[in-house]
Design a protein. Structure first.
Length: 509
């Protein structure tokens, strides 16, 4: 490829910016769905008579299907074509959402959630890889990934707001039905304006043994963390699932190192920069779950906020993420190495999380919570944007889908770990505090007060761990990622090892 920047843009699709609108809309729908259903779950449980034992499956069914099939979805996008996979994912996700909204039984709802996960696993990696192959100029790529990173980081908070509004003023079923117009507009736009470069396809056959081993291994791993939360870390079923996941994923690595056309070419994950991105993003998502999970409970149970008020309380964090991603990350990505955005970004987020360890029963929202979530949003937005771009940096076009899938996989596994680990820490701290102060609860009112104090103590203990995890993410991003800055002049990827090496100093996202 020529190395002079002015000639690069002449090869670019003139409709790529229109395409970005519809790709971003689809990504927003997938990210929204990760949190919007959480707000609606109590109402759905009551309406469909879902037992307490089964209610977690509304979340788990989606997580298992989505997390288990992401690598498969990424490779299907490489083989079948990203545009086609993207559209199929959108249509399927909309159909599954319609099924969920119309559910008349718990089984129907759980089946719909699993189907959403299946089609989400096609949709998410194809969306990110479309950006990777359509935006090849460094400055344009920075802007495109700035938008995408802001949505990936802030969409979860938007889901809390939208979920609260729909549940409170309409019905929990609208948290599913709302996906249909999103998908319809994105699919129509994709058909009209997305033009995928034909040379970016991978003509190899699908690695069936790799698909089976990766899917079963990831499902076992995600489910192990789910069981750890409910049954305990030392329970036999939990340990058995961890062992099964380790065996299956080890076998997967061995198979991938030997087959001619692997599902996940090991060159994708052994690259130092991409490995650093996957590890630091996964850790950051664990930390973010500390915020969403416990701050949502704190606002509703301790502070007495309604679902809508809780969602609106997160709005400044969304503004922070958009600012960090589009105004800091995108503007500096071509001027400084990504580690100097990701490391400080995670540190700023950790400082916001540290503020949240100070919450108490009467904590002021403007004085403590507002500055904390602004710092979190600003830090995460700044870090997420270069991370999203770097994840597909220097990768061969035929591997763009599976490299993108690894981003989603690290986030999905991080989310599963975060939920299980931080919930366990919070529960243990809550129980210990309640037991240690039981003697002071002599009346019904003091017992209620102790219950709330114990809950807040548990939340702050878990959030303190989340601070440490974000600091670890910052350390990994700073030390492991060595890519240089972008200078506006290189291609995303070439078509071989030499081209990849040549791309690194030019397009180091």
């Amino acid at each position: 490829m020529p190395e002079t920047a002015p000639h690069k843009t002449s090869y670019a699709d003139p409709r790529r910016w229109n395409a970005l609108i519809f790709i971003a809309l689809a990504q927003l729908m997938v990210v929204l769905d990760a949190t919007i259903v959480n707000i609606a779950l109590p109402s759905a449980q009551a309406d469909l008579n879902i037992s307490d034992g089964n209610k977690q499956w509304v979340i788990t069914a989606y997580a298992l299907a989505f997390g288990g099939l992401l690598l498969f979805g990424g490779r299907v996008a490489d083989l079948w074509g990203r545009k086609q996979t993207f559209i199929v994912g959108l249509v399927g996700f909309a159909a599954a959402s319609a099924l969920g909204g119309a559910a008349v039984s718990s089984g129907m709802l759980l089946g719909a959630r699993a189907l959403q996960g299946v089609f989400g696993a096609l949709l998410a990696p194809s969306a990110l890889s479309l950006l990777a192959v359509m935006f090849t100029d460094a400055k344009e790529r920075a802007k495109a990934f700035g938008v995408f990173g802001a949505i990936a980081g802030g969409g979860g908070a938007v889901g809390l707001i939208l979920g609260g509004v729909l549940t409170e003023y309409l019905d929990w079923r609208w948290t599913f039905f709302v996906n249909i117009p999103f998908a319809a507009v994105a699919a129509a736009g994709a058909i009209a304006v997305i033009r995928e470069p034909s040379e970016s396809r991978n003509p190899s056959k699908l690695d069936i043994p790799g698909v089976l081993l990766a899917t079963s291994g990831l499902v076992a791993l995600v489910y192990a963390f789910t069981r750890a939360e409910s049954d305990g870390w030392s329970a036999r079923p939990t340990i058995a699932l961890y062992v099964a996941a380790a065996v299956l994923l080890t076998a997967f690595v061995i198979v991938e190192s030997r087959v001619k056309a692997p599902l996940l070419p090991l060159r994708v994950i052994t690259d130092r920069n991409r490995g650093g991105v996957y590890a630091s993003l996964g850790l950051a998502v664990i930390g973010m779950f500390g915020l969403f999970l416990f701050l949502t409970y704190y606002m509703q149970i301790v502070k007495g906020y309604s679902p809508v008020e809780t969602g609106l309380a997160f709005l400044p964090m969304v503004a922070g993420m958009i600012t960090g991603s589009t105004q800091i990350g995108a503007r500096l990505m071509t001027r400084v190495p990504p580690r100097l955005l990701m490391g400080p970004g995670f540190l700023v987020a950790a400082s916001g999380m540290l503020l949240l360890t100070q919450i108490d029963l009467d904590t002021s929202y403007p004085a403590v919570i507002l500055p904390a979530i602004l710092l979190l949003g600003l830090g995460m937005g700044t870090a997420f944007m270069p991370a999203m771009s770097l994840a597909t940096h220097g990768v061969e076009p035929r591997d763009a889908g599976v490299a993108s899938a690894m981003v989603n996989t690290s986030q999905q596994v991080g989310g599963a770990i975060g939920t299980a680990l931080l919930n366990t820490i919070a529960a243990s701290a809550t129980t210990a505090y309640a037991t240690g102060h039981a003697a002071t609860a002599s009346s019904a009112s003091s017992a209620k007060l102790l219950q709330l104090q114990s809950m807040v103590h548990g939340y702050t203990a878990a959030i303190a761990w989340a601070v440490g995890i974000l600091l670890l993410a910052a350390a990994i991003a700073t030390t492991l990622i060595s890519a240089g800055r972008q200078d506006g002049g290189g291609a995303v990827a070439g078509s071989g090892d030499e081209a990849v090496e040549d791309a690194v100093p030019v397009m180091a996202h």
